[in-house]
Ligand binder design. Sequence first.
Ligand SMILES: Nc1ncnc2c1ncn2[C@@H]1O[C@H](COP(=O)(O)OP(=O)(O)OP(=O)(O)O)[C@@H](O)[C@H]1O
Ligand SMILES: [Mg+2]
Length: 245
Amino acid sequence: MKLELDNLSKHFGELKVLDRVSLTLEDVHALVLIGPSGGGKTTLLRLIAGLEKPDGGGLIINDHPIEFFSEESLREYRKRIGMVFQAYNLFPHLTALQNITLPLVKVHGYNESKALEEALILLERFHLADQAHKKPAMLSGGQKQRIAICRAVAIRPEFLLLDEPTSALDPEYTSEVLDLIGELRDEGMRLILVTHEMGFARQASDYILFVGDGGLIAQGTPIDLFEKQRDERVNRFFNKVLKYN
Ligand SMILES: Nc1ncnc2c1ncn2[C@@H]1O[C@H](COP(=O)(O)OP(=O)(O)OP(=O)(O)O)[C@@H](O)[C@H]1O
Ligand SMILES: [Mg+2]
């Protein structure tokens, strides 16, 4: 996917979370956002998702500017992307299967049987078929998050946005969720991922943005970021997060 930020700004009161940030990425497959807590990763992801409006500047994806001030085009835009958040956001009263089919039917106009067929194919493919008829309370954290990812990709999104999809999980479930994300990437799904899993960021991304201090403190390929960069703020962050890795 092609991603352009054109003097993009987002403030909360006095706080300039993003201050005239510009960037052009021509053909990125897996973009990873890293950086300190409160640095603006979620804000940037929510802007890209059309869930937040900028205070200035623009965002252009695959040569189409996001029309932040037309609710109708925002709604249409959001239908074309998949989103996964930290805390699964599954409907608790529905089964895993129904969680996947509901948006297909209600938002994307599938008929029930087509939705069911699509959902079952996905559940099968990701080894979740045995969980199809369980409600979220009966599933492990890793299973819930994998169902949430199935739900996001069931609509065949143009790209997938994930905000710390493993940070609410017990460590034993982290790798099964990262494996699934890695598989999707290998199949050609374009994704933008916020994560604190540095090993995964390094291995799975083709480009990394280090977000903080109102903008992009550093950016580059995983090799640029992990091996070549010399920014003091980035090094301090790596020293902290990699301390026990
Ligand atoms: N709706 C909001 N209203 C006011 N301030 C906000 C709002 N959303 C975010 N902020 C502030 O903007 C800054 C950036 O927040 P953001 O959630 O984007 O950071 P983050 O990099 O995702 O952090 P974390 O790693 O902790 O998730 C923070 O200081 C946060 O408190
Ligand atoms: Mg965040």
